[in-house]
Design a protein around this ligand. Sequence first.
Ligand SMILES: [Zn+2]
Length: 302
Amino acid sequence: MAQKRRKYRKQRSLKALLFRLIIGIICILTAGTGAWSYSLSGKLLPTRELLTGDASIHFIDVGQGDATLIMTGTNSVLIDTGTNASADSLVTYLETYVGQIDYLILTHPHDDHTGGADEVLDAIPVRNVITPDIPGNDYYRVLEELSDTYDFNLIPAEPGNRYEAGEIYCTILGPVHLDHSNLNDVSIVTKVDIGSVSLLCSGDAEQIAEQDVLANTDPALLDCDIYQVGHHGSSTSTSMEFFYAISPDICVISCGNGNSYGHPHSTVVSLIELSGSDLYRTDLEGTIVLDIKEETTVRRIW
Ligand SMILES: [Zn+2]
């Protein structure tokens, strides 16, 4: 039995060696074209050619933060820019896939969401930036100055407004109120529609801001296929009422491996698992890429 196990282990290690050799050869052959790159976790990223669907959603591994890219052939929307520490790897990732960004949505001025914004603006042409104009906070004024330097339209987030980038439609559902003292609660809540597939991103909005959205939104608008779990899976967000209003088939949690907040919290993970929704996590799997084909099929390719 032990001999059989040793033989099996040997076969597995030979297979692993062969796999690493093949990947190594592909990397050497394509190194000159820059076709391959790595995510923050060291995971090899898919080439643009692998994205065979009509659109794709990329939950980019930026450690403890959010950066979510939605793209079709020529149009793209980026929601948040990760931390300042992950800015270089985010820019490398974005440059692999997009030549410009139609809308950059900065949910709220915390480093884990806007820390890479300067570097993204510096590296990639951005046409429009949407962010909340929060009373008593100067982040909107900073972006006003940057809009001259980088030539983008600055748009204050207002619920009900809708923005179009080719086949990508973004509807702003929150923040409904800008007078919350906790900056998390003025996070932009966005519904993204691509064909008949929909995604909800709520930044770090906590349960009080979720209640604002529930009270202010047509329930049909909240129903989404994919949910980027609020506040990195913290128990301060994703109330049962909010979650069941979304009733997603797929949930993605963006958070850093071994982060000091203990994200995602077990109550949120249990809620998702009990619902039967698929759960993917960037802390465990690195960047997650969903490919969308013929407007209805969502396939995880990475
Ligand atoms: Zn955050």
